[in-house]
Design a protein around this ligand. Structure first.
Ligand SMILES: Cc1cc2nc3c(=O)[nH]c(=O)nc-3n(C[C@H](O)[C@H](O)[C@H](O)COP(=O)(O)O)c2cc1C
Ligand SMILES: [Mn+2]
Length: 497
């Protein structure tokens, strides 16, 4: 770790990049403990206790990470971690100084990612994940600590802080993506992939050929690998290789015995198997990131598990979506805001000063962008690009574009700018027929049944109108740096006597 002033200076100048202090889940636990932010909870049940604790803890940014051990009915030492992304461990996880705020962290990540070139993963013969390999009758996914996360879930979701590894049957492209995983039986899991996601594109191709799709599911391991798995990266990129670039060295991978798919040698638990095109079982409902039981129970493909690889005393990562804002919204806001800013700038938009994918919309449904307006139409162009680029396209709703004096990460400030600088009749563009998801609670049931999973977007131009911006009434508050000075100067009068 570097000190803040030094790091800020270096980031402003060239690029210090991420300084990772851990390689895998075990190393991460040591770091979290060192920060005084890890608690162990023993002897709870998976039926209700763990879900209840998650509901209390995951909404609280100051709560510790919790490691559940000796979960009732599970082998001792088989553990489950929740709330990794909070406190000082938030920045530690991504390799940045622990005292940076979320905007500094997001900026650091965007700058670091600019310098990242994928480093191809490296195949090794063995590694910690091979300490136990279960096949045949020994396969029993139910012995891992898997809670009922929400009361009305249709089953136990073992895969929330997980990622799925698949291969494109035509090009060989290997992708990792986080898609929720439900236990169906001792040797079967179901997973749900929204149309358009990379794993879904792969699966659709196998299905069209009538072939079984090989897949591996990683449950716990390097926390940064999980964050890569749930961030939209360009198609044809292998997120494990981008992770290698992020970490500055190739990720060592084992080749699965049955599928030949690579998975990290330092993973905690890996399920390997095949998704057969003809087998479907009921999956869902699941309490989702929108804050609703989004898609109902439906027949979804099932993976037949051929092997389970796991370390001794494995640690699964749990990241259940709760009604936002929650932990999921916290890390999505950081990683997605960084990537969204990069997407918008790459599309050629000049003078983008701030981007925030808001926690209350789980970093999808409300995007705030600030710009220094340079020409007529600049604001709408920014809004449309934000709504339709890879990062913004899926499951969005509202994009608000504001001037550079607004801190877009501050919800009240963003809303103040929106309601005072936009005119409802003339400042809002609507885009129809956009990429959405069955999880969208506002798509009518009859449209979902017809398979119409599209929705609309509102682009709100809340900038001072370009052609008369100089006549816009002046703001009756000092600029932020002056406010900070005044706060110091008059601090003694602002406190209770
Ligand atoms: C905890 C969590 C659970 C997720 N579950 C799903 C899911 O069940 N299905 C899905 O399509 N996307 C899900 N996502 C979103 C995808 O992981 C995300 O869009 C990712 O970029 C997909 O990878 P891909 O772009 O390589 O397809 C989830 C994200 C998180 C953080
Ligand atoms: Mn991908």
């Amino acid at each position: 770790m570097v000190d803040k002033a030094e790091a800020t200076e270096a980031i402003a100048g060239s690029n210090i990049g991420a300084q990772m202090s851990y390689e895998d889940m075990r190393g991460w636990l040591i770091e979290a403990e060192r920060l005084g932010e890890l608690r162990v909870a023993e002897g709870l049940n998976w039926e209700t206790d763990i879900g209840e604790v998650a509901e209390v803890v995951l909404h609280n940014e100051n709560a510790p990470a919790i490691l559940f051990d000796n979960v009732q009915g599970c082998p001792p030492g088989f553990r489950l971690l929740i709330n990794f992304f909070a406190g000082k461990r938030r920045n530690m996880t991504m390799g940045f100084p622990t005292d940076w705020d979320k905007l500094e962290l997001t900026d650091g990540i965007q700058k670091h990612m600019k310098s990242v070139e994928p480093i191809p993963h490296k195949i090794v013969k063995s590694g910690p994940v091979c300490e136990n390999i279960l096949e045949g009758d020994k396969i029993d996914v139910e012995k891992f600590p898997t809670p009922m996360w929400h009361e009305q879930d249709g089953g136990r979701y073992i895969g929330t802080g997980s990622y799925n590894i698949t291969r494109d049957p035509e090009t060989g492209w290997i992708n990792i993506g986080t898609y929720r995983v439900m236990i169906q039986s001792k040797n079967e899991v179901g997973f749900y992939i929204s149309p358009g996601k990379h794993g879904r594109i792969h699966r659709d191709k196998y299905e069209a050929n009538g072939e079984a799709m090989p897949a591996c599911i990683v449950l716990g391991g390097d926390l940064m690998a999980f964050l890569m798995g749930c961030t939209e990266m360009p198609p044809n990129d292998n997120e494990l290789d981008i992770l290698g670039g992020y970490r500055g060295h190739a990720i060592e991978c084992i080749e699965g015995k049955h599928t030949g798919l690579p998975f990290p040698a330092n993973a905690e638990v890996v399920l390997e198997g095949f998704i057969h095109p003809e087998t479907r079982k009921l999956e869902g409902p699941f309490g989702e990131w929108t804050g609703y039981y989004g898609s109902d129970v439906r027949p979804e493909p099932v993976m037949e598990i051929k092997a389970i690889y796991h370390r001794n005393d494995p640690v699964i990562l749990g990241c259940p979506p709760l009604r936002p804002p929650d932990e999921l919204a916290r890390y999505r806001a950081v990683t997605r805001s960084a990537a969204l800013k990069e997407n918008i700038q790459k599309a050629g938009i000049p003078d983008v000063t701030g981007v925030w994918a808001h926690e209350c919309g789980t970093a999808r449904m409300l995007l705030g962008i600030s710009i220094k307006q340079r020409y007529p139409g600049h604001a709408m162009q920014t809004g449309h690009v934000a709504a339709m680029c890879h990062l913004g396209a899926y499951a969005g709703k509202y994009v608000v574009v504001v001037d550079e004096d607004i801190d877009v990460s501050n919800l009240e400030e963003l809303m103040w700018a929106m309601i005072t600088r936009s005119d409802p009749a003339s400042s809002i563009d609507i885009i129809h027929n956009c990429w959405s998801t069955p999880l969208d609670p506002r798509i009518p049931p009859e449209e979902k049944e017809k398979g119409n999973l599209t929705n609309s977007r509102a682009i709100i131009d809340a900038c001072r109108p370009f052609h008369w911006k100089d006549k816009f009434p002046a703001v009756n508050a000092p600029p932020p740096d002056v406010v900070r000075e005044l706060q110091q100067k008059w601090a003694h009068l602002a406190e209770k006597p």
